[in-house]
Each structure stands twice: as C-alpha cells, then as structure tokens.
Design a protein around this ligand. Structure first.
Ligand SMILES: [Zn+2]
Length: 463
C-alpha cells in the first residue's frame, strides 16, 4: 500500500510538472498531435494525458486562441459592460475549484503550450473563456436583474426510424452566434484522451468542450443542442456547464449517461434542449434542461428539432420569459419551418445530403417565401430590419448562422462528420460593405472583418 501511495504521488507530481519537462519530452508530446487547416476549419488531433492534450492544443493553436480571447474580451466589455478582469474573477471565485483534476490539468496544459509560443495567459483566462456563454448570458444578467438576456443559438435536428433514409440516426446543427465570436468557432477537435472515449467535436480554439455542441464519440453517442430563449437562472454554487458538457462527450455510453452527467450538480448555465442519439440502440432523445426543471422525450421512430424554443410548460412558465404564441419570433418561425421539413417534406429521406439542405434553408414560414432574416434556419440577423428582440439584438445586428455540421450513424461509426464554415447557404459576410450600411456596428470592425463561406468538408478522426 505504501509503495502504491508513493507511486501515485510520483505520478501526480510528474503530471503537475509536465509543463516544465525537458524540450525532448515536449517534442514527444507534440509528436502525437497534428494540425491541418482545411476549408476555413482548423482540424487538430490531440492525444494522451490531460496535460499532454492541453499542451498540444495550446501549442498548436496559440495564435488562434490569442486572437479569439482578444476578440471576445473586447466584445464582452461592449456588450456586458464588464472587463476581462471581471470574468477572470468569476473563474477564480466559483468555477476553477469545481473542475475535476483531469480538466484542471488539461487547462494548465493549454496554458503551458501557450507560454511556449510566447502567449501569456493563465488558467483563469482559459477557464473564464471556456465559460463564456454561462458567464456572459446567465450569470451577468442575474447581477443586472435583466430578465431576457439568455440568447437563442442554433438550429438543429435529430431523426431516426421511418424518418430517415436508412432507418438509422441522422443529426444536424448550425451555430447561431454574433459573427465577431462565431467566426472563431472554426476548430474540429479530434481527441483521444487517456480515459473515456475517443471524441470529435467542433469548438473554439482553447475550448475543452464544444460550446455550440456538436459531438460524436466512439461508443456511438451523438450530442447537439439549441439554447432555450429567454431563460433566467444560474446557480454559481454548482458545477460549470462547460465541464459537464465535456464529461458527457467523453464518458457517456448511453442517453441515460448523458442525462445523468448533465443533471449532476447542474448550475443552470447555458440551459439547452439537448438532442442526443445512441447509434447502438437507434434511439434518440430530447433532454430539456433548465435549472429547476428538466424533461426527457425519447423514441426509436421520430424526428426532433431544436430552434431555441422550450417545450415543457412548467419550465417555460417558471424559468423563461419567452412568448410561445408569437410566430414572428425567430424560434417559433424556425420551428414551423423545421417541423414541415423533417416531418413532411423530407420524411423518410433524411440523410447527410438532405441534412445539409435543411441547415442551409432560407424559407421564412411566416412569410411563406425565401428571406434573409431572423426567421430562417440559416439565420441572417444582419439583414433583418427588425433585428431579434427576443434576444435583445437591435436591427441588423451582425449575428446569425456561422457554421454547420451534419452526420449519420454510418459516418459516426467511422468517427466522421461533415462541417461547413460560414453561412451554410454559402453567402459571405463582407465587413466593409456591412459597416458602410450600418456604421452603428463599426466598433466591431476591430475584430470582425469578412466571414467567408467555404465548401462542406468531411472530417475523419484519426484512428
Ligand atoms: Zn444563409
């Protein structure tokens, strides 16, 4: 027993000191990783212990992490009236101590990799950055007594059984974000951790979780989500959402596992309708998770959509300020369109090809025609004279669909998914012409220029 304890202590010390090991050791660590820039994406393969994965990530994506944190901290000052030191303090006060050792090591590894590329960030910077959504849009609004800050991000679907072409699961998601942030949601992280499952997800550089949430793991678990519009609530004494999301991706073997990992010590941050599939059982689920309420719907023969609306009447009443009866809102208009697409027009035809068409759709169901606005699945609020009041977006706010992903059970079995950087419809956002029309957003020009649209690209995890 004594020997075991000494061995464990040595291992732990080695792990803690990984970042200060010799150059040759760092070369060995980096030799297991790789980076490839492809069609607007940065694909990275990360492999090894938590600190190794972190070091590889920080070292290989140092410039990207630096640029992204700069853009986001600039954005947060303007939009939340808090500077970066406020977010670091929140990380110190109630986030860092709640992280599992594994994820502290990974974040410390990112910091070490950044330092070796002369980028001086610390673990609080990286923790605050990883908690961007839950801090800026769930914690801060409570401090301000604001009622309707929690934004709606994304359009998604998951389908199985008679709804899909091959009877197996199909899943798709596009990410709606402020362009100044979303342009950085351009990483495909292929992670082979020491413990848990091989996973592949999209994320921002420096994130240990997906953030917009599109994840597959090598035990057939598929996860995505859309956020619950106008959600109110956050419990800073509980576990950060970003770590629970990463744990679900890495450790879940079933839909129940995903649900249980998210429920354990839930802080209510980034309250979502999670869409979950298990290719082993061909079952899919919607898991609606607030702070006080949650509900699970599951089936082996269904199509489920997400467009930022909640479904459980109790949760809507107690935890949101959202008007479920106003079809001119973005969530409700997209709901109408997506239900038509997955339940009628494309029922029995859903696969990766039709999934891409859905994520790029431009029909406004309330107008009955093609539009570029807040009500279409591939959102363009920067072209909408009404903006999006339910998320506090003023007219023409530069926000909307920034990228998209689709996969099928067969592709996921081989650890593959399709990804598209930029508006899924193929339209480019050109900063110079936008700011000329809308000088009220010229403050964003410092970090937002063009957001170009690239071709759909199939990503394969390394085996
Ligand atoms: Zn579009």
């Amino acid at each position: 027993m004594k020997h075991f304890l000494i061995a464990a202590l040595c291992l732990s010390l080695f792990s803690c000191n990984q970042s200060s090991t010799k150059t040759t050791d760092k070369k060995d660590v980096l030799a297991k990783a790789s980076r490839e820039d492809k069609n607007g994406w940065i694909y990275v393969h990360l492999e090894g212990s938590p600190s190794d994965i972190g070091y590889q990530h920080g070292y290989l994506l140092a410039n990207d992490i630096d640029t992204s944190i700069q853009a986001i901290s600039y954005y947060l000052v303007h939009e939340t009236h808090r500077d970066w030191s406020f977010y670091r303090q929140a990380a110190k006060n109630f986030l860092w101590d709640k992280l599992d050792r594994e994820y502290k090591d990974e974040i410390n590894g990112i910091v070490a990799g950044l330092h070796d590329q002369n980028k001086n960030y610390d673990s609080l910077d990286l923790t605050a950055y990883n908690a961007l959504e839950e801090l800026a849009f769930y914690y801060v609004p409570l401090l301000d007594s604001a009622k309707n800050k929690a934004p709606g991000n994304c359009s998604a679907f998951i389908a199985t059984g008679s709804y899909t072409k091959d009877g197996k699961i199909v899943i798709g998601h596009n990410n709606w974000t402020e362009y100044i942030i979303g342009q950085h949601w351009n990483v495909i992280a292929d992670i082979v951790p020491e413990h848990g499952h091989h996973l592949m997800m999209d994320c921002m550089p420096g994130f240990i979780h997906s953030g917009d949430d599109f994840v597959i793991n090598d035990n057939g678990i598929l996860i995505t989500e859309t956020t619950i519009t106008q959600f109110v609530g956050f419990d800073s004494t509980k576990t950060p959402e970003f770590m629970r999301a990463r744990k679900a991706a890495q450790y879940a073997n079933s839909i129940d596992d995903v649900v249980n990992i998210f429920l354990k010590d839930n802080n209510g941050g980034y309250a979502n309708d999670w869409l979950i599939g298990d290719t082993k059982t061909n079952e899919v689920a919607k898991f609606e998770l607030g702070l006080k309420n949650y509900r699970v719907w599951r089936s082996k023969d269904t199509a489920i959509i997400g467009s930022n609306f909640a479904s459980d009447p109790k949760l809507i009443k107690e935890e949101t300020t959202f008007n479920i009866n106003d079809n001119t809102t973005s969530p409700n208009a997209r709901k109408l369109r997506m239900v038509q697409l997955v339940n009628v027009d494309m029922k029995g035809k859903l696969d990766d090809s039709t999934g891409k068409i859905i994520e790029a759709d431009h029909v406004d169901a309330t107008a009955g025609k093609r539009e570029n606005n807040r009500c279409v699945i591939c959102g363009h609020i920067d072209e909408d004279p009404k903006g999006c009041t339910e998320w506090d977006c003023a007219p023409y706010y530069p926000m909307g669909a920034v990228q998209s992903k689709v996969t099928t059970a067969d592709l996921a079995q081989h650890m593959q998914f399709w990804a598209h950087m930029g508006h899924p419809c193929g339209e480019n956002f050109i900063g110079a012409s936008f700011y000329k029309l809308h000088p009220e957003y010229a403050w964003q020009a410092k970090y937002l220029n063009n957001m170009l649209s690239y071709p759909w690209t199939l990503f394969n995890a390394k085996k």
